[in-house]
Design a protein around this ligand. Structure first.
Ligand SMILES: [Zn+2]
Length: 466
């Protein structure tokens, strides 16, 4: 311990000298940034305090380095303390408590025999936020580079960026009328990973196109309503040799240790980008689809309201329609949304409570052969689900079986291929397609929530639900 105190004292002495020199050379804004309080305060003497949280059973330290100023204390005073976690935990002091928590976190991450982290570089391991001039270090402070530390502290402050606030008012999913299903579905689809999970659950693993709210009339002339989600396989049109050459070139840019699927995926993306896919897709290409329903949960009353209670036969009918147009895997995705009534914690609890009621609705649905999935979006009071709240990923309650393409679905599939042939060739590995709500034409959408092709300049952003 004595050796450690001597080492820290020696290091602090050198640091203080460098610190004073840097302060003398600094301009006003750098001075203000240096300690985070008004520059005139810097005329006061500065003291350093180093508190080290140490446990003889572990080969690492948690260290707090603080710079304080006290006009009455001798200039350059240094306080060094090395204490075990128990001693620090007993004190009623935020800094000590933070230090103990910091040490406990390191202990949880530690496995005997693992290499310790390399000596810290000042800039990357410092945590401001302990008040003026404080840092938390997961190392012995004397291993810090004084040069790095000074450079980190005496620099021009980054300009303050004011984030533009979105102009729309919250439009919570639970409060939406007719649009609720589609908005819930596209909001969820646009969160990272969810679309990939849904496609994977439907057995669609390669490049594909998918449509949200695809008008039935496009596939079956004269039919009413929409298919909530249909996805179709895209096939490459390049030879195996061409594929091998591309893949080998891309493989050369990866480490041997990288997972091979990363190379396959990048090769596939490049191939699609270069337009090497069959377009329009052949009417024989695999199609899959789902129908979507939303239940709302009100945490205040504990009630789950569902627009599709006792509508099991209707959902089954819709899934059979998907089979009729040639889909080979179909399913039902049951979404839960919550009424906002607080922060994240409440939102998560409400979602969990909603899930407990899944059985109230699940029995309505005969899952034989059809997939049965669910997912939840929990709302918080300060922002709607597009910007805040929490979500679950896709739960699979029942795997969809794979059907043969229904005999007699050829004309629907040909009709679909004809409609897709009007669109330019996809350049995305997974291409969203929508039908414009104004001109009704199919278009390649950038994200699935876009429902206008650009034929009109009006947008529905900022409008309130009726
Ligand atoms: Zn349009």
């Amino acid at each position: 311990m004595d050796a450690e105190v001597t080492r820290i004292r020696d290091w602090l002495g050198r640091y203080l000298t460098a610190w004073r020199a840097a302060l003398n050379n600094a301009n006003e804004s750098v001075r203000k940034h240096a300690l985070g309080f008004p520059a005139e305060d810097l005329r006061a003497p500065v003291q350093f305090a180093v508190t080290v949280c140490a446990d003889p059973n572990y080969p690492f330290r948690a260290t707090a380095l603080t710079l304080t100023h006290d006009a009455h204390a001798p200039d350059g005073e240094v306080v060094i303390e090395i204490a075990p976690p128990e001693a620090l935990a007993d004190r009623n002091n935020d800094l000590d408590k933070t230090l103990v928590a910091f040490f406990a976190n390191m202990r949880a991450n530690y496995v005997p025999g693992r290499a310790l982290d390399p000596p810290v570089r000042a800039g990357s391991f410092m945590h401001h936020g302990l008040g003026a001039g404080g840092w938390m270090l997961h190392d012995d402070v004397s291993r810090l580079s004084i040069e790095d530390l000074i450079a980190h502290q005496f620099c021009e402050p980054a300009p303050v960026v004011i984030q533009p606030q979105p102009s729309f008012k919250p439009r919570y999913l639970f409060a939406q009328g007719e649009a609720r299903e589609e908005t819930t579905f596209t909001t969820w689809l646009e969160s990272p990973g969810n679309l990939a999970d849904l496609l994977e659950a439907l057995g669609m693993r390669g490049p594909c196109w998918y449509a949200v709210s695809l008008p039935r009339s496009i596939v079956v002339p004269g039919a009413n309503g929409d298919f909530d989600f249909v996805a179709g396989e895209l096939k490459f049109n390049l030879t195996e040799d061409e594929w091998r050459v591309r893949r080998a070139r891309i493989a050369g840019t990866y480490s041997l240790a990288d997972h091979a699927s990363r190379i396959d995926n990048e090769t596939m993306s490049e191939v699609v980008r270069d337009g090497c896919i069959e377009w329009p897709p052949s009417p024989e290409a695999t199609l899959v689809g789902v129908e979507v329903k939303v239940s709302k949960f009100d945490g205040k009353t504990g009630t789950l309201s569902s627009t599709h209670k006792n509508k099991g036969p209707r959902i089954e009918g819709q899934l059979k329609q998907l089979l009729k147009i040639g889909c080979t895997r179909v399913g039902f995705v049951h979404f839960f949304v919550t009424c906002p009534r607080g922060g994240w914690g409440t939102a998560d609890q409400d979602l969990a409570r909603a899930y407990e009621k899944l059985d109230e609705i699940a029995p309505l649905f005969n899952p034989e052969g059809f997939g049965y999935f669910s997912a939840g979006l929990a709302a918080v009071s300060h922002q709607d689900e597009r910007l805040a709240g929490s979500q679950t990923r896709l739960f699979t309650h029942c795997e969809p079986r794979t059907y043969e393409q229904t005999p007699g679905s050829d004309s629907a599939r040909r009709q679909l291929a004809r409609a897709l042939s009007e669109l330019p060739r996809p350049r995305d590995f997974v291409q969203p397609i929508r039908a414009c709500i104004d001109c009704k034409a199919l278009f390649r959408a950038y994200v699935p929530s876009i429902d206008r092709c650009g034929c009109e300049t009006t947008t529905n952003e900022g409008t309130e639900p009726k």
